[in-house]
Design a protein around this ligand. Sequence first.
Ligand code: HEM
Length: 223
Amino acid sequence: MKHDDILDNLLKNEDLRYKLNDKEILDQVIMILYSGFETMSTTSMMAIKYLHDHPAALQELRDEHFVIRKRKKPEEPIKWNDYKSMSFTRAVIFETSRLATIVNGVLRMTTEEMELNGFVIPRRWRIYVYTREINYDPFLYPEPLKFNPWRWLDKSMESHNYCFLFGGGSRLCPGKELGIVTISTFLHYFVTQYRWEEVGGEKILKFPRVEAPNGLHVRVSKY
Ligand code: HEM
């Protein structure tokens, strides 16, 4: 069966600037699956957790989505323009990503020897830029441990050079906008159709990365 998707195109292996061998195709598939799965599921889970714990934010999010629903018939799907109007939803996703620090750093390699605060980093050293420290810096994000999506309504926040939630430079996450659109769509249907409460005291680990080893269990009912 043909889907004309990334996998089909990788297997077809035509019209590519560089012909990939089997190992490279496999590498691409694993990279996309890995990068696009855990980031997405953890961000969605933590958004649900934070929204549950912050009713004012949940209310504002619901209001945004009910405004969209009001201009539609019950079964009518959301469209691109609807998504573009979801500014608070985008802010919720960025704040979730920051506070939960879904990805806690980015990898780089020095192309030249460099000095930083009196320390010399030799050429070709691998560096892990630990972004959790940046995300919790009170000078960049006042009251950094507070879930405050409103701070992201200032759109310039996303493009600051210290904002590494999706990485930066030429290695910026290629799935960034796809990821935001997908989570926004999930939130749209979830908050307009359901309410939820947590059941049990599931543990959420913050270190070395945020995860719920046994999952985040919620009881869902019709809104
Ligand atoms: C909320 C969701 C996501 C978050 C928080 C996220 C975050 C990140 C971060 C921080 C990086 C490292 C960038 C750097 O080194 O500068 C990255 C890279 C990457 N992401 Fe995402 N990502 C998300 C969703 C996705 C999705 C949906 C896909 C694909 C379907 C994806 C594919 C990739 C790939 C292929 C890379 C490697 C890029 C490279 O090294 O050139 N990501 N992502």
